[in-house]
Design a protein around this ligand. Structure first.
Ligand SMILES: Cc1cc2nc3c(=O)[nH]c(=O)nc-3n(C[C@H](O)[C@H](O)[C@H](O)COP(=O)(O)O)c2cc1C
Length: 372
C-alpha cells in the first residue's frame, strides 16, 4: 500500500499548524502550555474558574505560547437553571439527602472542613453552582479575549456559534451520542469531539470505537476528533483509521510531569486497572467516569436516596468530597479518570507522551504495510 502523505498530517494539523493531531484537555495550564509548545493543541478546562481567573490564565498562556492556538472548555449544559444562588438550590435538596451525606461523614470519620476556608471559597467561587448565567459570564471573557477555540462541554453551543464566528472564534462541540452530533453539525459547529464512555470526566453511554465512525458518517464534512480511552499511538492510528482527524485526550495528561494533579489522585490513577474506573452520577447529577472510591459503593447501596438533578447533586456532595480530599482520606479521594488508566503506569513529560504516541502510530502504519 502506498500513501502520498504522512498520515499524521490531517486537516486538524493543517488548520492549526500542529506537529501532531493530538489535543490535550486539562485543568492544568502548565500542561496546556507545554503541549502547545511541543506541537499539539492544548485546551484549558474552565469549569472551576471564575471569569477573572479565566482572564488571568489566558494572559498567562499567551505569555508562554505566543500566538500559537489554544482553546478554552466551558460547561454549557442545557439541563441547568438559567440563574440562581447556592441558597436557592440548597433549599431544594431534600432532608433525606442531607441526612445520607451526614451519615457517611460520621460513619467514616471524614472531618468537617475548616469553616473559614469554606466561607472564603464561597465568597470567591461559585464552581459547584452551575447556571447558564455563570456559563455566559465565562463565555464573555473568551469572546472579549478572542481565544481562538471555544470547546462546548455537555450542551449544544448553537446559541453562541454565530457570535463566536463573527469574532473569528472556532467552536468545538463535545458530544456522546450520534443525534447530538447531528444537532451540532446542523448548528454549524466547526469540529465535533466524539467522546466515548471509556473516557474520564463527563461522558455519554457509547464506547469510543462504536461512536466515532457513526459520528464521522453522520456529520460529514465536519471534522471529528476521537475522545475517550486514548493513551497510546496504536489508538491514535486507529482513530485516524476510523475517520477522525485527531484525538482529544484527558486522562493521559494526569500522568505528565508538568501536571499539578494531587499526588494521591496520581498514585490511584497509576495503580488503577481499566476496570477500577466507574461511570455514574453521584458526583454532580450527570454521568462521569472516575477512579473508583468508597462513595461509589455507598451511592450504589439500597440506603442511598435517588441522585438529584443539577446543580443540586453537586452542591450536596461538594463539601464532603472536598473534605475527603483536604484530609487525604484515600478511600474517598475523588478524581476523574478514564479506562485508559489501565494503560498508564509512569509519569513522563507531556512532550514525550506526544512524541511516543506519534512514533508508535507511525510504526503501526508501517506494520500495516503503509509506505511513505
Ligand atoms: C480529570 C479530568 C477532568 C475533566 N474535566 C472536564 C471538563 O471540565 N470539561 C470537559 O469538557 N471535559 C472534561 N473531561 C473530559 C475530557 O475533556 C476528555 O473528553 C476525556 O478526558 C477523554 O477521555 P480520556 O480521559 O480517556 O482521554 C475531564 C477529563 C478528566 C480526565
Amino acid at each position: 500500500m502506498r500513501v502520498t502523505k504522512n498520515p499524521l498530517k490531517t486537516s486538524l494539523t493543517e488548520e492549526w499548524g500542529l506537529e501532531y493531531p493530538i489535543i490535550a484537555f486539562g485543568h492544568c495550564k502548565d500542561v496546556i502550555a507545554e503541549v502547545c509548545n511541543a506541537g499539539g493543541l492544548g485546551v484549558l478546562g474552565c469549569a472551576g474558574l471564575e471569569p477573572d481567573e479565566i482572564e488571568r490564565d489566558v494572559n498567562w498562556l499567551r505569555e508562554r505560547i505566543g500566538n500559537k492556538p489554544f482553546g478554552l472548555d466551558i460547561l454549557i449544559p442545557a439541563s441547568v437553571p438559567p440563574s440562581g444562588t447556592r441558597e436557592d438550590f440548597e433549599a431544594q435538596i431534600p432532608q433525606e439527602h442531607w441526612a445520607f451525606v451526614q451519615r457517611i461523614r460520621r460513619e467514616y470519620k471524614i472531618p468537617e472542613r475548616d469553616a473559614q476556608k469554606v466561607a472564603d471559597e464561597r465568597a470567591k467561587s461559585q464552581r459547584d453552582v452551575l447556571t447558564q448565567e455563570r456559563a455566559r459570564a465565562q463565555l464573555d471573557v473568551l469572546i472579549d479575549m478572542k481565544v481562538p477555540i471555544f470547546c462546548a462541554a455537555q450542551g449544544n453551543p448553537a446559541f453562541i456559534i454565530p457570535e463566536c464566528h463573527s469574532h473569528g472564534i472556532k467552536v468545538f462541540g463535545l458530544i456522546g451520542l450520534v443525534r447530538q452530533a447531528r444537532r451540532e453539525h446542523e448548528a454549524k459547529v466547526d469540529y465535533i469531539v466524539a467522546h466515548g464512555q471509556d473516557g474520564g470526566g463527563h461522558c455519554g453511554p457509547i464506547g469510543t470505537f462504536t461512536l466515532v465512525p457513526q459520528v464521522v458518517s453522520a456529520v460529514e464534512p465536519t471534522p471529528v476528533l476521537a475522545a475517550g480511552g486514548v493513551a497510546c499511538g496504536r489508538q491514535l492510528a486507529a482513530a485516524l483509521a476510523l475517520g477522525a482527524v485527531g484525538v482529544w485526550t484527558g486522562t493521559a495528561w494526569l500522568a505528565s510531569k508538568e501536571h499539578d494533579v494531587h499526588p494521591i489522585a496520581q498514585k490511584k490513577l497509576l495503580a488503577a486497572r481499566s476496570e477500577d474506573t466507574v461511570r455514574n452520577r453521584w458526583a454532580d447529577g450527570a454521568y462521569s467516569r472516575h477512579v473508583r472510591t468508597k462513595f461509589d459503593e455507598l451511592w450504589d447501596s439500597k440506603e442511598a436516596p435517588p441522585v438529584l438533578p443539577r446543580p443540586m447533586q453537586g452542591i450536596l456532595m461538594h463539601d464532603l468530597v472536598e473534605a475527603a480530599r483536604e484530609s487525604q482520606v484515600e478511600e474517598f479521594f475523588y478524581s476523574s479518570g478514564g479506562e485508559a488508566a489501565g494503560m498508564i503506569h509512569e509519569v513522563k513529560p507531556a512532550r514525550q507522551i506526544m512524541y511516543d504516541w506519534a512514533n508508535e502510530a507511525m510504526e503501526t502504519f508501517e506494520r500495516m504495510g503503509v509506505q511513505l
